[in-house]
Design a protein around this ligand. Structure first.
Ligand SMILES: *Cc1c(COP(=O)(O)O)cnc(C)c1O
Length: 370
């Protein structure tokens, strides 16, 4: 059996007629940038997600950058973000002129540790950027308390957590703004780069929209200099086709995680993902912690099962951040997990027999080495 890590082809096939029609509609109407498709996606996403403003942008990196820039974050400021994430989280902090300050992660949930955030706060701290990694919500009550106490902005990186919920509130609606990526492999994915900002703050929404469109809300009326970060018509049309299915696809991920849990919980050599209480984990990634991880990864590959590591190096250990001169003891949990984490195949169309097969192969691996 061959099991891919994600299967974008299976999803395309399931909506092929609508998708092909949508793509041809864009070609027929030649509305390649802006236009109806983008406006309608914006409205549909706002309605489905339950948020006042959705600002479609070019990708999920720009969205982080634009939010911070429009909150006035810049040179001399510090923004606290987790040591374990994709580089966009920290890279965009630097892009604003501010300095990324890395916090360790929680032992149980892989997300930023609020206790470490407290220790890192200085007079220059302007914001916290929690990342709801793998689809798991951060400890938002604790984070919002810290933010209130120290008067900090909270920018939620929701690139991996579309429709995740914390005590009934969706990711991106607890802080000042939420940032989404619609990169093809994300839970809601376009067929190219795409992203969005969400916020209930009218003023921030208008600023972000203006900044992403060369500083102009009306053509040629540039109130400021901005950047070019637009969602194109083709990607908007593609996302619009997927929106009516996203809640079902999200639920299928959750069901797949439940099945993995049934099969994998009895294996002592691995630790399966825990879900924070009173939250909905949407399983963008299904990340286990495994003994002799690299050997297990090879064994899975040999048995036709694709797998990956998110992420092989924690951000402070990347060459890009060597200037921060962190030592190996600065992030004990993130450091420890770096050599243990392994992402197993996870996508809505993953079938029960495939989950069973992955589980069997993992069991076989650990039996073979005792
Ligand atoms: C994917 C991702 C991003 C960036 O999104 P792009 O659309 O690829 O720019 C940012 N943060 C996290 C945590 C991500 O996983």
């Amino acid at each position: 059996m061959k099991i891919p890590f994600v299967d974008l082809g299976a999803q395309y096939k399931s909506v092929k007629n609508d998708m092909d029609a949508a793509i041809h509609r864009v070609l027929d109407n030649t509305a390649f940038i802006g236009g109806n498709e983008v406006d309608e996606f914006e409205e549909n996403f706002e309605e489905l997600y339950g948020v006042k403003h959705c600002i479609p942008v070019g990708n999920g990196t720009d969205s982080l950058y634009i939010i911070m820039k429009m909150l006035g974050i810049g040179a001399g400021d510090e923004v606290i973000t987790p040591a374990n994430s994709w580089i966009s989280s920290s890279e965009t902090i630097t892009q604003t002129g501010a300095t990324p300050v890395f916090a360790d992660i929680e032992e149980d949930y892989f997300t930023i540790d609020p206790n470490h955030i407290e220790e890192l706060i200085s007079n220059n701290t302007k914001a916290i950027m929690p990342v709801h990694l793998y689809g798991q919500m951060c400890d938002m009550d604790a984070i919002m308390d810290i933010a209130k106490k120290h008067n900090l902005y909270v920018i939620e990186d929701c690139a991996q957590s579309h429709f995740s919920e914390y005590k009934g509130t969706r990711a991106g609606l607890l802080g000042d703004a939420g940032s989404f990526s619609f990169y093809p492999g994300k839970n809601l994915g376009a067929y190219g780069d795409a992203g969005a900002i969400i916020t209930n703050d009218d003023e921030l929404a208008e600023k972000c929209k203006m900044y992403a469109r060369h500083g102009a809300l009306k053509k040629h009326e540039h109130e400021m200099e901005g950047i070019n970060s637009r969602l194109d018509g083709m990607q908007a049309a593609i996302l619009k086709v997927k929106l009516p299915h996203i809640l079902r696809w999200t639920d299928q991920r959750i069901q797949n995680a439940k099945l993995y849990y049934q099969y994998l919980s009895e294996i002592d050599e691995i630790e399966i993902p825990k879900v924070r209480e009173e939250t909905t984990h949407t399983f963008h990634l299904y990340v286990i912690r495994a003994k002799i991880r690299d050997e297990l990864s090879d064994f899975l590959n040999k048995n036709g099962i694709s797998n990956a590591i998110h992420y092989p190096r924690i951000l402070p250990n990347l060459a890009a951040y060597s200037y921060l001169e962190h030592s190996t003891n600065d992030f004990p949990i993130a450091e420890k997990y770096e050599s243990q984490i392994l992402s197993l195949p996870m996508y809505p169309e993953l079938t029960d027999d495939k989950i069973e097969y992955v589980s069997k192969v993992i069991k076989k691996f650990y039996r073979s080495i005792v």
